[in-house]
Design a protein around this ligand. Sequence first.
Ligand code: ATP
Ligand code: MG
Length: 414
Amino acid sequence: MARIETPKRIRGTQDIFGEEQRRFAAVLDAFDRVRRLYCFQRVEIPIFEATGVFARSMGETSDVVSKEMYSFEDRGGDSITLRPEFTAGICRAFITEGWQQHAPMKLAAAGPVFRYERPQKGRFRQFHQIDAEIIGAAEPAADVELLVLADQLLHELGIADGVTLQLNTLGDAATRDGWRAALIRHFEQYRGELSEDSIARLDKNPLRILDSKDPRDRPVADSAPGIDEFMTAEAGAFFEAVTRGLDAAGVSWTRNARLVRGLDYYRHTAFEFVTDRLGAQGTVLAGGRYDGLIGSLGGPETPGVGWAAGVERLAMLIAEPAAENPDVIIAVEDDLALADAQRTLKLLRGEGLSADMIATGSPRKRFDKAAKVPAKVLVGLRWQDGRAVANIRSAADSDELGKVRRLLAEIAAA
Ligand code: ATP
Ligand code: MG
């Protein structure tokens, strides 16, 4: 008989289970708690969009659009792309759904995103992001609000100490033009030392060279001029308002005058929360202001600012979450007591207690098996004189123990 080949997991995807899953869930739970505190509304958007949504907003020359998108033609012949991020899709939704009427909007999203990258520690092809955006607010207070939210999230996750907020401004159009010209002069001078990718970027988008991960580019990028001497008064004032707000809220930050983000749409504020605990994949949360994006997608000119964080990278940093142990475990020591166990379980769960039973294998061994389960309360159910009799054990007094006693007494009395 021909051997059936077992299916394989696709490279760069994950099956998340056990401790890994508990870490993952802890990050999502913390995000959901914190986004509520800041009054950000959850939004669900499609996992795929017309390719143009990402190509136009993220920029044709960005790494994501030029090398990393999962694009395909669907059965109707349309070019579709699995979302590589949330921002572009949320902006598309803002336009299609006519959400101007709700602006300014504070939105939060979470879910899988897809990028065709070389898989390694902290880098997957299907990974997960949490995402926060404020759309329709041009004031620096919106940037501050998002950064304070990110900072509180990292504190709640217990990882704020090992993570640094690096902050920069990309200025306004006039600032960028001046900086861009100076960067081109600088990079032209060292053209021979740059990677092929960066030489190609030189004409199209020299700012990107600053963001290069190629070690050949790093010395030239690190010695490039910073943005400050090109800053217009308006752009300078905007940045100062952001830093003043952060200081007022007690969020610590450091300036990185060469920090740029890999996408075309950023203006003014750009930031990354970085750690050295994850090797090369040290950026856990990143974002900035994208005032031109919605206009460039054909919508009404609308300012926006936002960030995204990798759930897997955050999950690797947090302390191991406690395992999910049941409140109550029932050992069904006689098959005749099974129906009573099922009824008891239903009632316990109805009262909000997590409960499970051991009802298989040799009846004599079930009590010992159940005793090994790290539950708060252990109940043995035996069959005596034609009815189930409960034997309750607990290491300590607890609300759960009280509830179990009361319920079993009620059942026995009925
Ligand atoms: P990197 O520099 O690591 O490639 P990026 O600049 O491409 O990151 P963003 O587009 O800003 O990342 O996405 C926001 C966050 O998503 C990152 O800070 C990171 O935590 C996470 N992330 C990005 N790409 C991946 C990936 N392939 N696998 C896992 N997490 C990722
Ligand atoms: Mg990347």
